[in-house]
Design a binder for this molecule. Structure first.
Ligand code: EPU
Length: 431
């Protein structure tokens, strides 16, 4: 088993460059299916979720050519299957975007229910509602296969009962080639929704209003290949910003869109952290302990749920008591147990956590419960005195490109180490 081993207590200093956005690329890769053509996509992060999605497309018949580590050409002309088995779909949550994309291309999709981080119940009723509004019949087979088919997709009004990133994206994918006008109301407004709309429009689609809560799509008959560069990752940027603040460091986070970071920046400033904004970079610096603040997670432009575990680490060493209310996911405080082992005073009651700031954290053996919890544990390890060993790092590598190298370039003492299974048992006290 591989672990991250961190010798903490060093302020992070220097510059770090943010990679392409995971949650944009995992939607844009399936979207290439909609054009029977070649798309060249740049700024693709080298992370395991992307590897998994590319592998699925490859197995379905797409030809993938790596131009360099972050640029690929994807030729979807020869895709000849609309079936994605569970072995493949379980590798990443976003495999459900293949339902919308395959429906859009073949009027037919059979995709097993996806995997991804366990954050509580993750229903897809709003995705299905959208497909049905466009004229598809959707059934759930016994083997957890979602089976969607339509004679013809026809534009329609879709009102989402909850603001859902996934449902908004899936409805967009299915609607771009449907005949007539589709209006998605109560749509999600995240930066990756806008990025997907820009990608689809570059392929010849007619999508308007992305980034607002009403998206209008005039269906077009055909889409064509294009060249496109993925936006920077808002959450990766935010993770380095919080790491800089928590270690009382001074870091220039480069290749960002500061507008996407507004809610994160606002909360850091509220905690007394210095944030300077430039055209495509932000500098975060701190000399003392952060102040307390309260956070409520919300869909964009509210404070992102994907940043709350990282922020909880900062608040756990802040002066005073802070409250975090999670309003998106039912089960996003599993990391609290790990953080408590390091000396944090964090008390969870349902979807609320009360954090009493302590002077500092102490290194401990901990684990990454999911992707963002894992990122938070890395920040905790960087802050803590002594050694922190993080296991289950595959969660972190799903979404952070070169995370060890990036933290090392900021002066962190961190290594990725392989541990034999027997050692593992002894260290975990199970031997
Ligand atoms: N929901 C429903 N019905 C649906 C869909 C969603 O009730 O049909 C509910 C969910 O249960 C949840 C809320 O709506 O309570 C929001 O879920 P959403 O659909 O927006 O989440 P998602 O699309 O499954 C994406 C990101 C998550 C991120 C959320 C919220 C991707 C691949 N995943 O998930 O990212 O937390 O939006 O912003 O884009 C991560 O990157 O670590 C991650 C978990």
């Amino acid at each position: 088993m591989d672990k991250f081993v961190i010798n903490g207590g060093h302020p992070l200093k220097g510059e770090v460059t943010v990679s392409g956005a995971k949650n944009a690329v995992v939607a844009i890769l399936p979207a290439t299916i909609l054009a029977k053509d070649v798309c060249r996509i740049e700024n693709i992060p080298n992370i395991s979720d992307v590897t998994a999605m590319i592998n699925i497309l490859n197995i379905m018949g797409a030809k993938i050519k790596y131009i360099n580590k972050n640029t690929i050409e994807i030729d979807t002309r020869f895709i000849n299957s609309y079936v994605v088995e569970h072995e493949l779909s379980k590798q990443l949550r976003a495999s459900y975007y293949l339902i919308g994309a395959l429906l859009g291309r073949f009027n037919r999709a059979e995709v097993a229910m996806p995997g991804g981080c366990y954050l509580g119940v993750r229903p897809i009723d709003q995705h299905i509602k959208g497909f049905e509004a466009l004229g598809a019949t959707v059934t759930m087979e016994e083997n957890a296969m979602v089976n969607a088919r339509a004679d013809k997709l026809l534009g329609n009004s879709i009102y989402l009962d909850v603001v859902s990133v996934g449902a908004t994206i899936n409805c967009m994918l299915a609607a771009v080639r449907a005949r007539g006008l589709t209006i998605i109301e109560n749509a999600a407004k995240e930066p990756h929704i806008v990025d997907l709309a820009n990608f689809l429009n570059t392929m010849g689609a007619d999508v308007r209003g992305a980034g607002t809560d009403v998206i209008k799509i005039h269906g077009v008959e055909n889409l064509h290949g294009c060249e496109y560069s993925i936006i920077p990752d808002q959450i990766e940027a935010g993770t380095y910003m919080v790491a800089a603040a928590a270690t009382k460091g001074n870091v220039l986070v480069k290749n960002v869109i500061p507008k996407h970071l507004e809610s994160i920046t606002a909360k850091l400033v509220e905690c007394g952290i210095n944030v300077e904004e430039y055209d495509d970079a932000v500098r975060v610096s701190a000399t003392g302990r952060a102040g307390k603040c309260n956070i409520k997670t919300m869909p964009h432009p509210g404070f992102p749920t994907d940043m709350q575990p990282q922020f909880a680490v900062l608040l756990s060493i802040a002066k005073g008591t802070s409250i975090i209310s999670e309003s998106v996911w039912d089960n996003r405080f599993r990391y609290a147990e790990q953080l408590s082992r390091m000396g944090a005073q964090i008390h969870v009651n349902g979807k609320t956590a009360v954090i009493e700031g302590v002077e500092g954290l102490k290194g401990a053996p901990i684990k990454a419960d999911d992707l963002r919890a894992g990122a938070a544990m890395m920040i905790a390890g960087l802050v803590a005195t002594g050694v922190t060993e993080i296991e289950d790092i595959h969660h972190i590598e799903r979404g952070y490109e070169n995370v060890v190298d990036k933290f090392r370039s900021l002066g962190a003492d961190i290594q990725r180490k392989e541990f034999p299974d027997d050692d593992q048992k002894i260290q975990m006290g199970a031997g």
